[in-house]
Design a protein around this ligand. Structure first.
Ligand code: FAD
Ligand code: SF4
Length: 475
């Protein structure tokens, strides 16, 4: 494949990775996509137009050098492609799996005008997987270590994004997390059928090899005080996520059989990975009628997990229409294929109980009123059109709000009225705020600053924080 044919996309159709059969998928928590052989990856990469203005690159929050590494993949120079990927993205195999490409890079691909976008995410995942399987590491032999060290609170995507860039620039990152494994929501949130836990473990080995140190099972504020981190380190990066579940305050919301989405998902991981964490009792959905309230990524992860636990029926209830769902359309499609039923335009009014146990959800129909100033539609609830949906279990997946730590005030970290951490603002429309908080030498990023969002945006903020920290430390 030495000569690039700019019209290759006319000869070769977009071909996505095949999925395992529905019956196989429903029977385990393994990933659903089957790997493509390398020659097919190169063929798919050769569809890239290499347009002068790569919209994909602009739309990717990390501004990955997408056309450049696609060209290397086309030429089957996989190691070089992996190296280039890592210059902008510390977790390419993870973004390739969990980014909503249909809203980001692939949506912006010029070929997404009837020809089918280049399969950017799948190629990124496969090339990085191959590099990690061969234990590829960047050559840091000429790196001079400074005497600086930074404490990072939280080993989720924001914390890892910051740690990687610091380590590559000669600053020692020490990452504290209260959980027994790294990854934050990558491990204790997103289920294995989207991201197998082995993938995160391989990335951990990589990070440790380049000098990142992890102190797990260590909650800052409990096992170690934030004051000791301030005293012992040159700077602090807070990347603690956003964990307060929105419950909707539904009457009956405290009934036995009503579960919060994240408690359900973490209990699954805890059991499957044998972490022995307390506070996450496992509740099997086998043979039960399960109703999930909400329409985002978390709701999709819950419905698909319940299917895999052999629930009798799984219904997702969402208050707007299918088009307005906040989650990735791809995930809605996967859930539908696996047997999840969707009930759109329904607002839950209350959770009904019988003998102290959930027996159903009272729903009212909604009518959308298009609001053209906003992507999402407003709706009105029609209290005259109600119905009862039977349920043995109701899972609440309405999203998350900020969960600020009690010790933020002690270190001068300020918050907005909604609890999100305030960082310094700028006059630059492309970078409206920095990651430096209002407390000197303390930086923050990811969900705790921007609100519950995406893996890739959390990584981007972690990297931005690392750049600011390097500047602050004069390294
Ligand atoms: P987190 O990933 O939440 O990590 C924060 C870490 O901080 C945690 O490990 C926590 O234990 C640790 N921590 C907190 N307080 C302390 C303390 N005091 N001491 C020590 N450690 C502490 N995004 C996508 O792009 N694609 C998806 O498919 C997707 N699916 C999702 C599915 C679910 C169920 C959920 C809940 C979210 C999903 N997201 C998805 C969103 C994405 O996971 C988050 O936006 C992202 O993980 C945020 O990264 P973060 O580093 O800011 O925080
Ligand atoms: Fe696309 Fe996400 Fe990869 Fe960026 S990081 S190229 S948005 S899959």
């Amino acid at each position: 494949p030495s000569q690039r044919d700019p019209l290759e996309f006319l000869n070769r159709a977009r071909s996505v990775n095949k999925k395992r059969t529905i019956n196989e998928r429903r029977a385990d928590f393994d990933e659903i996509y089957v790997e493509k052989p390398s020659d097919e990856l190169s063929e798919q990469a050769s569809r890239c137009l290499d347009c002068g203005n790569p919209y994909c690159e602009w739309k990717c929050p990390l501004h990955n050098y997408i056309p450049n590494w696609l060209e290397l993949v086309r030429k089957e120079q996989f190691d070089q492609a992996a190296k280039l990927m890592h210059e902008t993205n510390p977790l390419p195999e993870i973004c390739g799996r969990v980014c909503p490409q249909d809203r980001l890079c692939e949506k912006a691909c010029t070929l997404n005008t009837g020809f089918g976008a280049v399969t950017i995410g799948a190629i990124e995942k496969n090339i990085s997987d191959r590099a990690l399987a061969k234990k590829w590491r960047p050559d840091l032999s000429n790196l001079e270590m400074s005497d600086k060290k930074v404490a990072i609170v939280g080993a989720g995507p924001a914390g890892l994004g910051c740690a990687e860039l610091l380590a590559r620039n000669g600053v020692k990152p020490v990452v504290f997390d209260k959980y027994p494994e790294i990854g934050g929501l990558l491990t204790f949130g997103i289920p294995g059928f989207k991201l197998e836990k082995e993938v995160v473990r391989k990335r951990r080995e990589f990070l440790e090899d380049i000098g990142v140190e992890f102190r797990l099972n260590t909650e800052v504020g409990k096992q170690v005080s934030v004051q000791s981190l301030k005293d012992d380190y040159d700077s602090l990066f807070l990347a603690m996520g956003c964990y307060k579940s929105v419950t909707g305050n539904l009457p009956g919301g405290e009934t036995e059989g009503v579960i919060k989405a994240l408690d359900f998902l973490v209990a699954n991981v805890n059991l499957q990975q044998n972490y022995q964490m307390t506070g996450y009792p496992f509740q099997s959905m086998q043979g039960k009628k399960v109703v999930v309230l909400g329409g985002g990524d978390t709701a999709m992860d819950c419905v698909r997990s319940a299917i895999r636990q052999d629930a009798e029926s799984v219904t997702c209830v969402y208050r707007r229409d299918k088009k307005s769902m906040p989650g990735s359309p791809q995930e809605v499609k996967n859930a539908t294929e696996e047997g999840v039923q969707f009930l759109y335009n329904r607002q839950p009014l209350s959770i009904e109980e019988k003998n102290g146990q959930v027996c159903g959800v009272k729903l009212a129909e909604t009518e959308l009123q298009r609001d053209f100033s906003n992507d999402r539609s407003n709706f009105v609830v029609n209290q005259d059109k109600t119905s009862l949906l039977e349920a043995d279990v109701v899972i609440l997946a309405f999203g998350f709000q900020a969960s600020p730590a009690s010790w933020f005030d002690d270190i001068g970290v300020t918050q907005k009225s909604n609890g999100l951490v305030i960082t310094q603002s700028t006059n630059d429309p492309d970078l409206p705020y920095l990651q430096h908080t209002e407390s000197e030498g303390i930086f923050a990023g990811g969900d705790m600053v921007r609100g519950a969002d995406l893996v890739v945006t959390a990584i981007a903020e972690g990297r931005q924080a690392a750049r600011e920290i390097l500047d602050y430390l004069n390294v």
